[in-house]
Design a protein around this ligand. Structure first.
Ligand code: DQA
Length: 146
């Protein structure tokens, strides 16, 4: 099983950006957690981060036929991107959405998620652990889907 883990804009700034919301751990720490969680679950993982919407769309399209599942934190594009929603729908690869913070408890504009409409589940507000939860959930989902 092979999962693509996508992180959107400004997540490369983890550890520096708004530490009271996102914590002090860096993007490098997140990549390590994903890799460890993948190993624990017996799943191969690849991490991709971009600040550019079109690059994220390209990466999702390239995942077609190459990955069994997608874990995605679209970051700010969560609340604006019909293009990422359409890309997820186009490839129809089972996807799980992750947010480090609890987006439902923040500003009104963060309550809408376009990519989330193409995801089987969302984990929000669990910090970096949400990625581990997403990997495990996706693995179980794919096993049950058979
Ligand atoms: C985020 C939440 C988004 O609203 C925000 O724009 C981000 C990060 C999160 O992981 O909590 O960049 O996706």
């Amino acid at each position: 099983m092979k999962f693509l883990v996508i992180n959107g804009p400004n997540l490369n700034m983890l550890g520096i950006r708004e530490p009271d919301i996102y914590g002090r751990q860096t993007y490098g720490d997140l990549v390590r957690l994903v890799s460890e969680a993948g190993e624990e679950a017996g799943v191969e993982t690849e991490c991709f981060q971009s600040n550019h919407e079109g690059d994220i769309v390209d990466k999702i399209q390239q995942a077609y036929g190459a990955f069994d599942g997608i874990v995605i934190n679209p970051a700010a594009y969560t609340h604006t991107s019909v293009a990422i929603l359409d890309a997820l729908k186009a490839v129809a690869i089972p996807a799980v959405e992750v947010h480090i913070s609890d987006v439902s408890a923040r500003e009104e504009f963060r309550k809408v998620s376009y990519p989330g409409m193409a995801c089987i589940r969302t984990f929000a507000g669990f910090g970096f652990e949400g990625y581990r939860m997403a990997i495990l959930y996706l693995k179980e989902y794919l096993i049950n889907a058979g």
